[in-house]
Design a protein around this ligand. Structure first.
Ligand SMILES: [Zn+2]
Length: 243
């Protein structure tokens, strides 16, 4: 690759590395902005909230049902009171009528007892459901607190990454301005095929990218300069000596 004498590959290297850091930072930022962590937590909060709401509705239903049964019990009681008053008033003497009256009293008492038992059973059930509701509400609160904390963390993280991206953006722009046109062209021609790494420093006489041993003649040319950019024979990346 022929080029100007002594191209400043270390400047191109700095430019390349700043661009790579910027790409990585932008990738990380996008991942955090995707907020997968928050989406999962939001789902958990919603599920817990729905469970609590179902329990609340169930408790309300039981309470309402018990109020209805209590009302019925009071009605039966009032009617029983009337029937018993009639029974003991001595006004009814016909055996058939008396028998009918006693049968009604017995029926009403049975109906009242049935409802009282149902009320009692539902009170036990209500107690259990109310305990479950308390637990479910605590669960919702705990998850909401977790979500709030996580939202704060993500916001902070996103902010920090945005700042870092801005800094890197500026660094890239500054280096872009400082970079000679021919080096920029060299970079742009190969950046895609070389996956973002166009130049690498020589490390202990090997290519800093693929670690291939560099022939002494090439090393010499890199050291002396003036022969344009020397490429690694194996991976095709521009080689330079890092000072
Ligand atoms: Zn190489």
């Amino acid at each position: 690759m022929m080029m100007d004498k002594n191209p400043d590959l270390s400047l191109l290297y700095r430019y390349q590395e700043a661009r790579r850091r910027l790409t990585a930072c932008e990738g990380e930022l996008a991942a955090w902005q995707g907020q997968k962590v928050l989406a999962d937590l939001k789902n958990q909060v919603q599920t817990a909230h729905q469970a609590a709401e179902r329990l609340k509705a169930e408790c309300n239903r039981l309470k309402k049902e018990n109020r209805r049964l209590e009302g019925e019990c009071r009605d039966y009681e009032a009617q029983l009171h009337d029937l018993e008053t009639t029974l003991y008033s001595g006004k009814i003497s016909a055996p058939k009528e008396l028998e009918q009256l006693q049968r009604r009293i017995a029926e009403y008492q049975t109906a009242k007892t049935e409802r009282e038992e149902k009320i009692l059973n539902q009170l036990y059930l209500l107690e259990t459901k109310e305990q479950e509701l308390t637990a479910a509400q605590k669960q919702v609160e705990a998850l909401e607190a977790k979500l709030t904390a996580a939202t704060g963390d993500v916001t902070q993280r996103v902010h920090a990454l945005q700042e870092r991206c801005t800094e890197l953006q500026k660094e890239v722009e500054d280096l872009d301005r400082a970079l000679p046109e021919n080096l920029k062209g060299f970079y742009q021609r190969s950046v895609k095929v070389l996956k973002g790494v166009v130049v690498v420093p020589i490390k202990e006489k090997t290519c800093g990218f693929c670690h291939m041993i560099i022939p002494p003649a090439v090393l010499e040319k890199v050291k002396k300069g003036g022969s344009g950019v020397m490429l690694c024979e194996n991976c095709g990346r521009g080689l330079f000596e890092q000072k």
